[in-house]
Structure formats: C-alpha cells, structure tokens
Ligand binder design. Structure first.
Ligand SMILES: Cc1cc2nc3c(=O)[nH]c(=O)nc-3n(C[C@H](O)[C@H](O)[C@H](O)COP(=O)(O)OP(=O)(O)OC[C@H]3O[C@@H](n4cnc5c(N)ncnc54)[C@H](O)[C@@H]3O)c2cc1C
Length: 395
C-alpha cells in the first residue's frame, strides 16, 4: 500500500490552494477563523463561488454536474479548504439528498431537483430524527397515509439542522405499521411552504440557533414526491447515512485546530513562561498530535480502500469516533490554555481585549459547548462502537 500522494495529486493540491487564495473572500475566511456565526447569505455566497468554478458538487459524478473527483482528490480539497478557513459546504442537498436522487430518484426527480441544489434555488434539511427515534431510528412514528395521489403526513421531526433556512425537507415517514419497523418506512420530499408545517427553534447550550423541531399536521404532499418505492425508505436511509459519515473524520479541521492550540500555547504565559514549555501541557498537546497523525494514516488507508475496492464499510465508524474525540480534545486544550478567559460569559473587559479578540479566543466557550454535538450527531459514538463490535469484531 502506497500512502504517499502522486505527482498529479500534488499538482491538484497546488491548483486547489491557488483557487482558494484567489477566490475565498477574506471576510468569509475571517468569520470562519474567529468562529463567528455564518449567516445564510454567507453560505450561499461560498456555494455560488464554488458552483461557478464547477467544484460545488465535488462528490457527484460528472453526468450530474459534479467534479467526478477521486476519493483522494476530495480529501485534498477538504484539507485545503479547512486550512484556508473556507466555510463548510452545507451537506443536506449536496452530500445527502444529491447522491440519494442519483441512485434512487426517478429521471424527473433528478432533472428537477439536482440543478436546483447546484444553483442554490432549493435549500434542503434532513427530517430523520424524532423525539422518540434517534439512535433507534427505525422506531420513527411520523405517519404518511396515502389518499389518492397524495400522502397526508402527521407527526414531528426534531434536531433539524439549519431548517430555519430551508425550502424543503427530506423525511423518513412511516407508511406501514405492521411487520418489522424497518419495512414500513418511506423516503419523501416535502416543500416546507406546504400548509400544516410549523418549524420551531431549539436553542443549543451555547445560545446558538442551529437546530429546530418541525411539526406536521395533515400536511398533503404529492405522491410523486416519494423517492423509490413505498416502504423502501430504510434502504435509502442507510445509503444516505453512509454519505453523511464521509469526511466525518474532519482531518483538515483538526489539523487547523491543532496549529491554533499550539500558537495559543506559545503566546500564553504561565508563571512567566510560554505554556508550551510546561511539560504537562506539552505532553497533552503531543498526545493529541500523535492521535491525529494516526488518524491521518487511517483516513488515507480508507481512501485507498475506497479508491481501489469501492466505498469502505463499517470502518468509517472508526473515523467518526476518532475524528470527533480528537476535535473535542482540541477544544479542551484551548479551554485549558485560556483559563478564566474561556469562561462561558466573558466580561465586557474581555470582549474589549484586543489580543483575545484578535486571536478569536472570545468564542472559545461557545465553540467548546457547541462541539459536544460532534459525538452525538451522524450516529452517536456509542452506536458507532456497537457497529464496530458487531460488523468488524463480530462480537
Ligand atoms: C446538533 C445536532 C444536530 C442534528 N441534526 C440533525 C438533523 O439535521 N436531522 C436529523 O434527522 N437529526 C439530527 N440530529 C439528531 C441526531 O442524529 C441524534 O441526536 C442522534 O442520532 C442520537 O439520537 P438521540 O438524540 O435521540 O439520542 P438517544 O438515541 O436517545 O441516545 C441517548 C444516549 O444513549 C446512547 N445510546 C442509545 N442507544 C444505545 C445503544 N444501543 N447502545 C449504547 N448506547 C446507546 C446514545 O449514544 C446517547 O449517548 C442532530 C443532533 C444534534 C445534537
């Protein structure tokens, strides 16, 4: 197995780096660098720039308007984008629904929805989880009952990320109540402007509005919005979750965060010396550094498998666990380095402290708390461990 990049891949990296240097707007990169909240128009602006270049759908095949990049090229792009502080691409239309429609959608659905994802006409959100169905997703209860050429939907979805910006939601709904729960689920596309839908914000622990709950009361949806056959939603759901877990390792983000922690430890003084010279703190940084190096190699091994043998299977659970544990450990290190300045409610004086503001450190607590989500969403780390023990260790 050769884990080094080829000459062509290194040339591709240079091309990506040059493109980012020339096209990523400074104000967007700065917002990302200091952990500021990206607004809808910020995300749309970055999507439009990438779309003009033909790089927005970098996970799609060329025939649907994608780049057709190899797994290694995708990895290089993600790593360079994170290094340049580019906003993360909103995944719901591009990385989740797009591949679903390409595999399971009708020709009409592909022709209608895919171009609208690319040009930003439709913003999508994901309606999987419910108050009683998260890890045990197959127990979902939101009902869709066929009535002529429509379905009538009643129920509730929750944790709907960025739903407040969305035009459409793709939902898992129950279309059959007898038999195995997995065999009575369908995948349907719902226009959020349809009467009977109410979206309510959920405030997260750091105060941000990132997720929502969505209520459906007698919502009438054309039967033509069903993707695939009725009751085959579970197959589609699993296919989509596989896509949700790609790039979940977030290697580029962790590399960037590690650099920042090291810089912070260099400029932070404890007992008159830079914190990075404190043996205990240096050892903590080294621990994470080593874990990250090991994960980079694991990631490359999986890219190699994906490139040579098709998509990797349950191994992606390793990346989900390691990637999120590392990102949370980096959050923890910067919190320790900042000490009192990492308080959840920094005083006015701290906000006025140019050095802290300059370093983006005033957002530390918000970032720390917000990133608790990493080990929960996309399938919690406990569930990933269950997958590994069953599928790989065969326990
Ligand atoms: C910030 C955020 C954004 C999200 N965005 C979306 C979204 O856009 N769309 C969407 O549909 N969903 C979204 N989710 C939902 C997410 O997928 C679920 O939170 C996740 O699957 C866990 O489900 P739950 O919250 O119901 O927890 P539960 O399933 O109730 O789990 C609670 C705890 O028990 C543990 N646990 C449960 N079952 C087992 C088991 N069998 N073995 C061991 N431990 C177990 C879990 O690991 C967890 O620690 C989001 C969640 C968060 C936090």
């Amino acid at each position: 197995m050769d884990l080094s990049f080829t000459k062509e891949e290194e040339a591709f990296r240079d091309e990506v780096r040059t493109f980012l240097a020339d096209n990523l707007p400074d104000d967007l990169a700065e917002k990302v660098r200091i952990g500021g909240e990206l607004e809808k128009h910020d995300m749309e602006r970055w999507h439009a720039i990438l779309n003009d270049k033909g790089w927005l759908a970098y996970g799609w095949p060329v025939e649907f308007g994608g780049t057709g990049w190899s797994p290694v090229e995708k990895h290089i792009f993600e790593e360079e984008a994170a290094r340049a502080n580019a906003p993360r691409i909103v995944p719901f239309g591009l990385a989740m629904l797009g591949p679903v429609l390409q595999k399971f959608g009708s020709k009409e659905q592909q022709d209608h929805y895919l171009p609208r994802i690319l040009d930003g006409t439709d913003w999508w959100c994901q309606g999987y989880s419910e108050p009683g169905a998260g890890s045990d997703l197959a127990s979902l209860k939101t009902r869709a009952v066929r009535d002529g050429d429509e379905y009538v939907i009643n129920g509730q979805k929750t944790w709907t990320t960025l739903g407040q910006h969305a035009d459409w939601i793709f939902c898992l709904v129950r279309t059959k109540t007898d038999g195995k729960p997995q065999e009575g689920i369908s995948f349907i596309l719902v226009d959020l402007a349809t009467p009977g839908i109410e979206m309510r914000p959920i405030k997260l622990i750091e105060g941000g509005h990132e997720v929502n709950e969505v209520f459906f009361t007698d919502v009438r949806v054309p039967a033509a919005n069903l993707v695939g056959e009725e009751n085959m939603g579970w197959t589609i759901a699993k296919f989509l979750l596989g896509h949700e877990r790609t790039n979940i390792a977030g290697v580029g983000f962790s590399m960037k965060a590690l650099e920042e922690v090291k810089a912070l430890a260099r400029r932070t003084k404890r007992n008159g010396k830079p914190l990075i010279e404190n043996p205990l703190f240096a050892a903590r940084i080294a621990d994470v550094d080593i874990e990250l190096e090991a994960m980079k190699i694991t990631n490359l091994r999986m890219l190699y498998t994906a490139q040579t043998q098709g998509a990797p299977g349950p191994e992606t659970s390793i990346l989900k666990i390691k990637g999120t544990v590392i990102r949370q450990a980096l959050n923890d290190l910067s919190r320790r380095a900042l000490g009192p300045a990492a308080a959840p409610f920094p005083s006015e004086a701290m906000f006025g402290n140019a050095a802290l503001v300059e370093a983006g450190d005033v957002n530390n607590a918000a970032d720390y708390f917000n990133n608790r989500k990493l080990s929960i969403f996309g399938g919690s780390n406990e569930i990933q461990r269950n997958i590994l023990t069953k599928a790989m260790l065969e326990l």
